[in-house]
Design a protein around this ligand. Structure first.
Ligand code: COI
Length: 355
């Protein structure tokens, strides 16, 4: 094996949560991965250690200027006992896209995948088996220089933590109510919208909070300049099926290049369903609805999987999508992607990696 990381086992294993009542992102496993960067040694000293608090000086760069990045992927328990990862090399590739944007030293992508595998192996008993559950994997890198002037850190830490999870949205795949956000924006070209970095998410919290108070599940982001082009849904990529064709915004710098997004586009093309990555406006979506041509809307993401949208509200006008039901196309995508992830159907694209 090219990479092998020493393991220090916890002396106090925790009690595992009830698999049938897992709340997303609340519980963490017994171990975590940790690796250090300094200019002399580069990335070094990768190891698996007991999960626990970090010791950081209050002046640590990441706490002030958010020089960091993170990733998100899942491990799934197959019926035959195998534990599968879904396209982890895509997460490693995207980690370096984020690193490059945030002046964080690049990481060996094979090392990152291997660290994930070895950590999941150590905590394999934490991978839940109940229907719809999985082990969420959160790799992240933080800038660790104790310094409050603004410049790139010279030192970093890379961690991977694990969390057994259920559905991201409380209602599972019940269609969501989405508020079309026209006050706040998420990203502009030249910014960090395409990178998976904490700042993007911090900037989105207020809109999500306000929409939540109005009874919506999430917001649909519009472009940051004209506030008319469709961008993303909350923390997920957005897809609209209009008159037989599936549309999704292109990757022009403001949108996260989702692994699920890429898999959905691949599957749709494979099935011969027309799919276009192109800019379109929220007005076009409303016009399509008025013409009876808006067939389905859904969000895609690691946490959200395929999440159907049942309602959109823009400037006080609410439209219903597919009578508030999950559409045929979203259902087929959901069944196929989760089927491959859980090893229930054959993985003809070679997307899964056994741990
Ligand atoms: C993911 O889908 O993996 C994300 O990072 C979204 C996060 C808000 C849970």
């Amino acid at each position: 094996m090219e990479f092998s990381f020493p393991v220090t086992k916890t002396s106090r294993p925790k009690q595992k949560p009830d698999q049938n009542n897992l709340v997303f992102g609340m519980t963490f496993t017994d171990h975590m991965f940790e690796m250090t960067y300094d200019p002399e040694r580069g990335w070094h000293d990768g190891k698996i250690v007991p999960y626990g608090p970090l010791m950081l000086e209050p002046s640590t760069i990441v706490l002030h200027y958010a020089q960091m990045m993170f990733e998100g992927l899942k491990a799934y328990k197959a019926k035959d006992g195998r534990i599968l990862l879904f396209r982890p090399e895509k997460n490693a590739e995207r980690a370096n896209i984020s690193n490059e944007r945030m002046c964080i030293p690049l990481i060996d992508e094979k090392l990152m995948v291997e660290a994930i595998k070895q950590l999941v192996r150590v905590d394999r008993d934490w991978v839940p088996e109940a229907e719809g559950t999985s082990l969420y994997i959160r790799p992240f890198i933080i800038a660790t220089d104790p310094y409050i002037g603004l410049r790139p850190s010279k030192t970093f830490k890379f961690y991977i933590i694990l969390s057994p999870v259920g559905d991201y949205y409380k209602g599972g795949i019940t269609p969501t109510r989405i508020y079309v956000e026209d006050k706040y924006v998420r990203a502009v070209v030249g910014g960090t919208g395409f990178a998976k970095v904490g700042g993007n998410y911090a900037a989105s919290i207020k809109a999500q909070e306000e929409a939540g108070k109005k009874g919506f599940t999430q917001v649909l982001w519009l472009d940051g300049v004209e506030r008319k082009y469709v961008e993303e849904i909350g923390t997920s990529n957005a897809f609209f099926k209009i008159d037989g064709e599936v549309l999704t915004p292109p990757l022009t710098g403001t949108i996260l290049p989702g692994v699920t997004r890429d898999s959905v586009i691949h599957l749709l093309r494979h099935w011969g369903i027309k799919v276009a990555e192109k800019r379109f406006t929220i007005q076009e979506v409303y016009d399509a609805h008025a013409a009876g041509k808006l067939e389905e809307v859904f969000a895609t993401g690691t946490a959200a999987v395929i999440s159907p949208v049942g309602e959109l509200c823009w400037k006080g006008i609410t439209i219903n999508v597919n009578n508030n039901q999950m559409g045929q196309c979203s259902r087929r995508l959901y069944d196929t992607i989760t089927g491959i992830q859980y090893g229930k159907i054959s993985d003809e694209f070679g997307w899964t990696v056994a741990v």
